[in-house]
Design a protein around this ligand. Structure first.
Ligand code: NAP
Length: 339
């Protein structure tokens, strides 16, 4: 079966990758259109070797569309995703607008693809770009020993702030490297060149950032276990693409390093790198451009008997956004859910 697709937010950092990923994965397309705001309407975008004109987002644009892959700010998704769903499409949405809505499944295909059979509002939420690789790595371990508590510190790339974040990054790095004054950031909340920022997101009243609260709530929803404790510290680092995560996970039951490594080595979507066998450890330069979640540095936590530490890296624009959304769309077609 091939389907009529609309890519919304087609001109952004995630939308750009969405076009690449759809073509690379040979998604079964009958027709495709690209939508954005009036700022980009009329511009050309490339898809599978052909140029397409970007259309202005408007309700009529969704007529006949079966799958919408949306990567806009939340406010835009709140307005347009229900319109697209009412027109008969299933929307896979990258914003945070619908993630905690009990009527919208929050899906990482390697973890909870069956949730796709429970789409009440016509909207599937694509999770946060930290929560996705975290859950891909946790799932095979959870199946063995049941996760009790997760402490995670992130090393998040500039592209997590979209096209504007990347412009900040490039301008700052080139000025910094040549000893010139570093330009004031427009997307990031501080200087990223030669620096790290832990308050690159809005601070919520509970002392955690908006990003950290997403990691807490979304991890529990994806894993289907609201009792899992999650304590994140999210940090922006001067890396262009790919988020890294230092994770310590406590289990209800004992789990040896050897058994954890064996499970990760055969887990779907995981590339396990065993540095103890003379191999490399996962780095952003490995993950950039890949749809996989890279896992390494698995070791016993010396301070807690049922706990392991590990290191996880994934491309935030791909597995953290576009590729996970396309994988959801593939499952919707494969399972006969899209009509
Ligand atoms: N970057 C990441 O790593 C990442 C990961 C996971 C999820 N997300 C989420 O994915 C979404 C997109 O992120 P991004 O990083 O790609 O942002 P971005 O680079 O700023 O791109 C935003 C896209 O949305 C479009 N847009 C903005 N306002 C619009 C409007 N009023 N009507 C229609 N289209 C509009 C823009 O089109 P114009 O060119 O017309 O402005 C552009 O195509 C966000 O909700 C973000 O939180 C991002």
């Amino acid at each position: 079966m091939s389907v009529n697709v609309a890519v919304v937010g087609a001109t952004g950092a995630v939308g750009d990758l969405m076009r690449k990923v759809l073509a690379e994965r040979n998604f079964p397309i009958k027709s495709i259109k690209f939508l954005a705001s009036e700022k980009s309407a009329g511009k050309s975008v490339e898809f599978a070797g052909k140029l397409y004109t970007v259309e202005l987002i408007r309700p009529e644009a969704f007529a006949g569309v079966q799958i919408v892959l949306s990567s806009t700010p939340s406010s835009v998704s709140k307005e347009y995703s229900p319109i697209a769903a009412r027109a008969g499409a299933i929307v896979v949405d990258n914003s945070s607008a619908w993630r905690m809505d009990p009527d919208c499944p929050l899906v990482v295909p390697e973890v909870n693809a069956d949730e796709l059979h429970n789409i009440k509002k016509g909207i599937v939420a694509n999770p946060n770009c930290v929560a996705i690789p975290l859950c891909v790595a946790l799932k095979p371990l959870h199946d063995l020993a049941k996760v009790k508590r997760v402490v995670v510190a992130t090393y998040q790339s500039s592209s997590g702030k979209g096209a504007k974040g990347l412009m900040d990054f490039e301008a700052q790095i080139s000025a910094w490297a040549s000893g010139k004054p570093v330009p004031t950031p427009t997307a990031h909340k501080g200087q990223l060149a030669g620096n790290v920022i832990t308050l690159d997101w809005t601070l919520d009243p509970n002392g955690f950032t908006e990003e950290e609260n997403k990691v807490i709530n979304e991890t529990r929803k994806i894993m289907g276990d609201s009792s899992i404790g999650v304590c994140p510290t999210c940090v922006r680092v001067p890396v262009k693409v790919a988020h890294s995560e230092a994770i310590t996970v406590e289990f209800h039951n004992p789990l040896s390093v050897a058994n954890a490594k064996a499970a990760l080595a055969k887990a779907p979507g995981v590339i396990f790198m065993d540095e103890t066998k003379g191999g490399q450890f996962p780095q952003p330069i490995h993950a950039e451009g890949s749809d996989h979640t890279f896992v390494g540095r698995v070791r016993q936590d010396p301070s807690c008997p049922n706990a392991l530490s590990l290191w996880v890296v994934a491309d935030n624009l791909r597995k953290g956004a576009a590729s996970n959304a396309v994988q959801c769309a593939e499952e919707l077609v494969k399972r006969g859910i899209v009509k």
